[in-house]
Design a protein. Sequence first.
Length: 117
Amino acid sequence: MKLETLRDYLLQKKGTTEEMPFGPEVLVFKVLGKMFALVSWQATPLKISLKCDPMEALFLRDVYTAVTPGYHLDKRHWNTITLDGSVPEAELRRMMDDSYILVVQRLKKAERDTLLL
């Protein structure tokens, strides 16, 4: 997946912003101020870190060699995926969707309600 496609997919999610709080090497995507995706956009190939259910995180690491524990993140709840083409695009999109949903579920009800408008 190319950077532009990745960015477009993440930014179409309601309430999402793109920031660079850790410097110019990492694009951080947040929903209402909470991180759900970090993209090492200068890496070749690209790398993306996504929040994940702990049991699923372990499963995905067993299935795909491109999926590793989150780089500089809580390795129990985050995976880093090297976008080398070995993870099918549909699976990658599902992982991005799941990360977004996990973060939204942890928002306050009033914040979640703003996403429904």
